[in-house]
Design a binder for this molecule. Sequence first.
Ligand code: RTP
Length: 155
Amino acid sequence: LVASMEEVEQTYIMIKPDGVQRGLVGEIISRFERKGFKLTGLKLFQCPKELAEEHYKDLQSKPFFPKLIDYITSGPVVCMAWEGVGVVASARKLIGATNPLNAEPGTIRGDLAVQTGRNVVHGSDSPDNGKREIGLWFKEGELCAWAAALEPWLV
Ligand code: RTP
């Protein structure tokens, strides 16, 4: 029943400025911890405009893009790397639908948010993007590969 290393994924989760401003940092981190994923990177960070634009470059042509960049750079964000079996899709489930009004109760957005433009948290949408985004937001040496020796239920 022990997962093989090939099944272990990495995802980039970010608490957006509204989540920090509203004091939801502990609540949001706690949901990923309680699920059983492993935190491998964590920092509070004021995102420069260039990085926000690079992170959301696939949305460049969308009409809401300038507002999205203003939002993400409006205050500090909490950058996190999480590791685990199936963590990419599972984190998206824990987060809930992009529009919080469509997000199921029990999800982060379903419980804690109302507007798409203030949806408190980001999660990578594929394992490849997980790696890409962790590389974008963290420098070498900021991530910790740690083993939970006494807690065998953690990967
Ligand atoms: P995220 O990347 O933040 O996890 O969100 P997502 O995959 O659920 O949604 P995506 O379509 O990638 O959009 C990224 C973020 O842009 C903002 N947004 N605003 N119509 C709008 O005003 C609009 N649509 C999207 C949201 O903050 C969304 O999370």
